[in-house]
Every structure is written in C-alpha cells, then in structure tokens.
Design a protein around this ligand. Structure first.
Ligand SMILES: CC(C)(O)CC(=O)SCCNC(=O)CCNC(=O)[C@H](O)C(C)(C)COP(=O)(O)OP(=O)(O)OC[C@H]1O[C@@H](n2cnc3c(N)ncnc32)[C@H](O)[C@@H]1OP(=O)(O)O
Length: 257
C-alpha cells in the first residue's frame, strides 16, 4: 500500500523521503513512524541506494510528536506499546541520512532530525524541545542527543524553558552542519547526498559507524575500532579503485564492493 503521510522519490542513488501531513505541520503519528521505518528498512538493504534525505515542508520539518494521538494515552498504553520505540530503526540505519530542515523542528521533530547523521538547515529553521510546556519531557532521544550535540548548558536551557532556537543559534551550538537560504535547502541536501552516494558504500557506512562509535566508547577503544575498520577497507574493490584512480589521475568509479 502506498504511504499516506510520506512521499518517496528515488533520485539516482538517493532516496528522498518527505514527511507529508501538512494539515498537522507534519506531527509525527504512529502511521508516519511506520511508513518512515518501513521505507528505510526497504531501501536500507537496497544496493542501488547509497544515501537518504529526510525533509518536511517549508513551514515545518515536523512540529513534534502528534499531541492529539498522545493526549488520551495512559502509562500502561505507553509502556506496553513501547511508544516511539520504532523510531530507533531510523537511528540504527547503516547508510547515511541527511535531515533537510525548514521551519519548525520541535520536540519529536528536533529529535527526528538528530537521529539523522547531519542537519542542513534553511535560514527559517527553528529548533526546540517544548515538551516541558505539555507537562512531559523529551521521549525520542532529545535529552540525550541534544546534550551530546550542543552540550549541557544549551540542552538544559532548551529542555527546561521550552524556548526555540533559530538556525544561526543552532549552527553556532553545533546542532546544524550548515545553513542555506530556504529556497536552496532541498537542492543543497540532495547534492550532498548524491556526493556521498557516489563514494564507496562500504566506506561511507563504516565512516558513519566509526563516528557514531565515538559517542559510546573511550578514545582508546574508538581509535582501535576506527583502525580495524580502516584495515578492513583494504579488502574492498573500492579501495583498489579509489587509490588507483588517484595515482592514474582519473575519477574513481566505485562499485560499492
Ligand atoms: C516526542 C516527544 C516525547 O518528545 C514529545 C513531543 O514531540 S510533544 C510535541 C512537541 N511539539 C510542540 O509542542 C509544538 C506544538 N505546535 C505548536 O506549538 C504550533 O503548532 C507551532 C508553534 C509549531 C505553529 O503554530 P501555528 O503556525 O499557529 O500553527 P497551528 O495552528 O498551531 O498548527 C496547525 C495545525 O497543526 C496542528 N499541530 C501542530 N503541532 C502539532 C502536534 N505536535 N501534534 C498534533 N497537531 C499539531 C495544530 O493543532 C493545527 O491543527 P488544527 O488544530 O487546526 O486542526
């Protein structure tokens, strides 16, 4: 069945996923979670896809989890269904994912963007964790990923006051990798994704794995892990091709093997 709240376009080796619930500013409900996670599961194992772009509308990347869906729930409902757990499938995706954020990225929207590997923001983007204004706290990783991205002071400020930060503040804080004019957001994100998808897929996957590992282990363990991955890439055809192409002064043609 075709997804209802997600548009999927395949552009060469890039899968472009557009959140599509404009009537609710892309509020993330269970249907959307299933559609996003089913889609990344499908293309995550497709050798023809080398990178993803996740985006929303001009007004909202996503204005948070769907408050109307959560409002009637009780503790047992949330606990027994392990509400939001499926979003971990996006965070665990092994291929690179870029979040292209325009407008609101609030609550679960900000958390969803942070599950991606990096965020390219339009100059209109606004980030925040306003859950405190609803009597709750972040529940899709905000207190953890935001703190790792921007440090304790700013994460506390955002989680405790519920205020929004604009794209410039988010870039200064390290949440966002680059800011572009709103009209150039999608082409910039797609160009970055196409560039990544043109490199060796095993190398981009291992680069992602190595950077992510730095959040979990000591420096010494991380360095050893990186070196082992680096060594292993010398078993790939793409290492032979990439280095030969440099020596022969030509463009590499990676086979993703
Ligand atoms: C995942 C967790 C656990 O971390 C929790 C969360 O994510 S909780 C949600 C956090 N997000 C918010 O609290 C933001 C809620 N939205 C707003 O504050 C405003 O909508 C706004 C400031 C983003 C934009 O305001 P405005 O331009 O005035 O538009 P609205 O009229 O408010 O919204 C239009 C339409 O969308 C519905 N909407 C917006 N956000 C949500 C949401 N998170 N869940 C459900 N529905 C949402 C809003 O109700 C409007 O619909 P109608 O009521 O007109 O049908």
């Amino acid at each position: 069945m075709a997804p209802k709240s997600l548009r999927i376009e395949i552009r060469g080796r890039v899968a472009l996923l557009t959140l599509n619930r404009p009537e609710a500013l892309n509020a993330l409900n269970s249907e959307m979670m299933d559609e996003v996670c089913d889609t990344v599961a499908k293309y995550g194992t497709d050798d023809k896809i080398g990178a993803f772009v996740l985006t929303g509308s001009e007004k909202a990347f996503a204005a948070g989890a769907d408050i109307k869906e959560m409002q009637p729930q009780g503790y047992m409902d949330m606990y027994m269904s392990d509400f939001f757990n499926r979003w971990n499938e996006l965070a665990a995706l092994r291929k690179p994912v870029i979040a292209a954020v325009s407008g609101y990225a609030l609550g679960g929207g900000c958390e969803l963007a942070m599950m991606c590997d990096f965020i390219i923001a339009a100059d209109t983007a606004k980030f925040g964790q306003p859950e405190i204004t609803l009597g709750v706290i972040p529940g899709m990783g905000g207190s953890q990923r935001l703190t790792r991205a921007v440090g304790k002071a700013k994460a506390m400020d955002l989680c405790l006051t519920g205020r929004m930060m604009d794209a410039e503040e988010a870039e200064r804080a390290g949440l966002v990798s680059r800011i572009v004019p709103a009209g150039e957001l999608l082409e910039t994100a797609l160009a970055a994704a196409e560039k990544i998808a043109g490199f060796s897929l095993p190398a981009t996957m291992m680069a992602k794995e190595a950077v992510n590992r730095s959040f979990e282990v000591t420096l010494e363990e991380g360095l050893r892990f990186e070196r082992r991955l680096f060594h292993s890439l010398f078993a790939t055809e793409d290492q032979k091709e990439g280095m030969s192409a440099f020596v022969e002064k030509r463009k590499a043609a990676f086979k993703h093997r």
